[in-house]
Design a protein around this ligand. Structure first.
Ligand code: AMP
Length: 417
C-alpha cells in the first residue's frame, strides 16, 4: 500500500518521497489511519519498525490542519527515555514537516545542555516539544512554559522509561497537561508495570500489535561463539579483520570496560571509540555523528547509551559482555538488521556465561548453534558449579524439614557425648 492511501496530505508525501520512504512499514500502515481518526493508541513496536514516523506523520497532518493563527502553542508533547531518541524524534518532525505550508516549530528538551537555551527556544514559539521527562520537569518547575493547549501526548519506547523513576515524573507531568487529549503509547513490551502506567494515561486506547512480534529480528543472523574471556579481545580483532562488517557496535558491561577496550583498539589501529552515559552531551553527539558518518567503525557502548540509538547501517552487533536480561538481548541485537537491511549479532560466551546465555535463549524462544573459531577455541575445563541444582518443587526439603533434621542431628550429637 502506498503512503498516499493513508490520508496524508501532499506536502507530507513530498517529504516522505525526499526521505526515500517508498511505502509504509506495517506499524505505520496500522497506526497512521487510527491517529488521523483521533484514536488513542497503545502500540507494541520495536525500534527499527518505523514507529517514530507512525506518530510523527499523523500528528503533523492533524496539527497543520488545526493550527490557528498567532503565536505558536505547544500542541504535542513527546516523551522519550533518552537524549539521543529525543533528538532523533525531533529531527524526524523537522524532516517530515519541511514542506508544510507553515513549518512547525520543534524544540527538544534534554539534560546535558543549557536549560536557559531550551527555555528561550520554547518562549520564542514551540508547536511540538520532544523531551526526556526529567529535564521536562526541570523546565516545568520554572513556570515559564504553557502546556495547557496540548492536544497530543506521546510516550515513545515507554518500557525503557520504567526503570528511571518515571511513574512519579509522569504524575507531575499529567498535572500540567489537559485531561482532554489524544494519547499515543509505543512500547516494545507491556509488562504489568507498563500497563499500570498506560492505565494512568488512557482508558480508551486501540491496541496495535503486529502479527510477527519482532519483525526486525528476522533479518538478523545470530551467532554464538565460545571463547575464553581473556581471548575475547584478540578474537574480536581477528573477526574485524576477517569478516566484512562495516559498522560494528560492541556492547560492554560497563563504562570503564568500554573506555579501556576502545583505547586498546585505537592503539591497534582500529577506528574505535567508546560511548556511554558519562560522556558529556557534546561528546556523545560528536561520537554518534562520527559513527553515522562512518569515520568511526567500531563503537564500544554500554546498554544505557545504546538505548534509542537510531543508526540504519550497523552491520554487526557484538555482545562482548552478555546482556543481563533476555529483553536487553533482543533490544541490543535489534540495533542491526534495521530498515530492511540484514545484520549479524554475535555473542561471545565463556564457560561462566553458558548458563546465563541458555536462559536468554529459553526466554527468547531461540536455540542457537555454538561455534568456536580456530586459534581461539575454548581451553581449560568448566569451573565447578558453586551452587547445586535448584530443588525440584515439592521434592525439596522445606525449611521446617531442615530445622527438624538439624534438631535431630544436634540431639544425636549431644546424645553421643
Ligand atoms: P524507528 O523504528 O522509528 O526507529 O525507525 C527505524 C528506521 O527506519 C529509521 O531510520 C527511519 O528513518 C526508517 N524508516 C521508518 N519508516 C520507513 C519507511 N516507511 N521506509 C523506509 N525507511 C523507514
Amino acid at each position: 500500500m502506498p503512503f498516499s492511501k493513508l490520508g496524508l496530505s501532499s506536502s507530507i508525501l513530498q517529504a516522505l518521497d525526499k526521505s526515500g520512504y517508498r511505502e509504509p512499514t506495517p506499524i505505520q500502515e496500522k497506526v497512521i489511519p487510527l491517529v488521523l481518526e483521533h484514536h488513542d493508541i497503545m502500540a507494541r513496536a520495536q525500534t527499527g519498525s518505523g514507529k517514530s514516523a507512525s506518530f510523527v506523520l499523523p500528528i503533523l497532518e492533524l496539527w497543520s490542519k488545526s493550527r490557528g493563527e498567532g503565536k505558536a502553542k505547544i500542541k504535542a508533547l513527546i516523551l522519550t527515555p533518552t537524549r539521543e531518541l529525543t533528538l532523533q524524534v525531533a529531527e524526524t518532525f523537522v524532516t517530515m514537516g519541511a514542506f508544510l505550508p507553515k513549518k512547525p516549530k520543534i524544540v527538544s528538551v534534554i539534560g546535558g545542555e543549557s536549560i536557559g537555551d531550551q527555555l528561550y527556544a520554547i518562549q520564542q514559539g514551540c508547536d511540538i516539544l520532544v523531551a526526556t521527562s526529567g529535564r521536562l520537569l526541570d523546565v516545568v518547575k520554572k513556570k515559564q512554559m504553557n502546556l495547557s493547549h496540548l492536544e497530543f501526548f506521546v510516550l515513545d519506547e515507554a518500557d525503557k522509561m520504567l526503570d528511571l523513576g518515571f511513574a512519579e515524573e509522569l504524575e507531575l507531568i499529567l498535572q500540567e497537561i489537559p485531561a482532554q487529549r489524544q494519547n499515543l503509547l509505543f512500547s516494545a513490551t507491556y509488562p504489568p508495570k507498563m500497563l499500570l502506567i498506560a492505565s494512568r494515561i488512557t482508558q480508551t486506547a486501540v491496541e496495535v500489535t503486529l502479527e510477527a512480534e519482532e519483525p526486525t529480528v528476522e533479518s538478523i543472523t545470530q551467532r554464538v561463539i565460545e571463547v575464553n574471556r581473556e581471548n575475547r579481545g584478540p578474537l574480536l580483532r581477528h573477526l574485524l579483520t576477517t569478516e566484512k562488517w562495516e559498522q560494528v557496535l560492541v556492547f560492554m558491561a560497563n563504562k570503564r570496560a568500554a573506555d579501556n577496550i576502545a583505547m586498546k583498539f585505537k592503539k591497534y589501529g582500529f577506528e574505535a571509540e567508546s560511548f556511554h552515559g558519562d560522556l558529556v552531551q557534546e561528546d556523545r553527539t560528536y561520537t554518534l555523528n562520527q559513527f553515522k558518518a562512518k569515520k568511526i567503525k567500531i563503537l564500544f557502548s554500554t546498554d544505557i547509551a545504546a538505548r534509542g540509538l537510531d543508526i540504519d547501517d550497523i552491520s554487526c552487533v557484538i555482545n562482548f559482555d552478555l546482556p543481563r536480561s533476555p529483553a536487553d538481548y533482543i533490544h541490543r541485537i535489534g540495533r542491526t538488521g534495521r530498515a530492511g537491511k540484514s545484520g549479524v549479532a554475535v555473542s561471545f560466551i565463556a564457560y561462566e556465561d553458558m548458563d546465563h546465555f541458555a536462559l536468554i535463549e529459553k526466554r527468547s524462544n531461540i536455540k542457537l548453534p555454538r561455534e568456536q573459531i580456530e586459534g581461539f577455541a575454548l581451553t581449560g575445563t568448566p569451573p565447578p558449579k558453586v551452587k547445586g541444582p535448584d530443588p525440584v518443587k515439592g521434592k525439596g526439603k522445606s525449611k521446617k524439614d531442615k530445622a527438624r533434621e538439624l534438631a535431630a542431628k544436634n540431639a544425636n550429637l549431644s546424645g553421643n557425648k
